[in-house]
Design a protein around this ligand. Sequence first.
Ligand SMILES: Nc1ncnc2c1ncn2[C@@H]1O[C@H](COP(=O)(O)OP(=O)(O)O)[C@@H](O)[C@H]1O
Ligand SMILES: [Mg+2]
Length: 260
Amino acid sequence: MAELTATPEAVAPGGSAAAPAILAFEGVVAGYGGGDILHGVSFEVPEHGLTCVVGPNGAGKSTLLATVSGLVRPRLGDVIFRGERLRGCTPRERLERGIVQVPQNHSLFREMTVRENVEMGAFLVRDRALVRRRLEQVVERFPVVAERLGAKAGSLSGGQQRLVEFARCLMLDPALVVLDEPSMGLDPRTLRLVFDTVRAMHADGRTVLLVEQNARAGLKLATHGVVLENGRVRFSGTGREVLDNPEIGALFLGGAARGG
Ligand SMILES: Nc1ncnc2c1ncn2[C@@H]1O[C@H](COP(=O)(O)OP(=O)(O)O)[C@@H](O)[C@H]1O
Ligand SMILES: [Mg+2]
């Protein structure tokens, strides 16, 4: 279980619009030296919500997430976590504060076992007994991890590797889980399993910031949705509002919503 650190009256389990922000982007301008990719991005990620960012390839979604993990530093603006500016905070300090990211590309050590990979997620935890306890909890939650603990990570399918990456990220008991296109390249059955797992992490009380190419499926899970286009927020609202917006549907979701 995640440790819920918000004050009781502030907790909105469904992540209502009134929920306080655990994370906020404030006028973030960022890029890679060759020029800006993000041109002043501002929105809030409500605590205990599931916020899904969608938008075309190249819109800057992964770059945005990199400003959260600390791999990309905003040229202007800042990312605020629990009311504190993250400018100047190293990637490691962000992990220590409870911000954990699963990157878009597979990130397991293929020649190491599933168990070693998952345990590595707890590298900041000194207390070995706590690591053992967390491993037990994670194994319980992810049957595939339990079954393949001794297998080399590289021998697993893409979907199984994704679940191991989820398991690894939970070893730090994060408050904010950041996921970059977790469903990429998965067959429909595995994709459902991955989405169910995202839903379960959210139901455990964790705040989830999800980027999804599979926009409709991601937004259906989400309490909040953000449409990013050319490094700018084009639209934001509840997941439902984004899904139901006819213009957004036509432009970004492969046609208008057809119910469901
Ligand atoms: N490491 C990098 N160095 C230079 N340019 C990059 C780098 N990563 C991404 N870009 C460029 O930034 C833009 C946005 O990329 P990205 O944030 O990955 O978009 P998305 O995740 O929405 O597909 C693209 O034009 C991409 O080519
Ligand atoms: Mg990306």
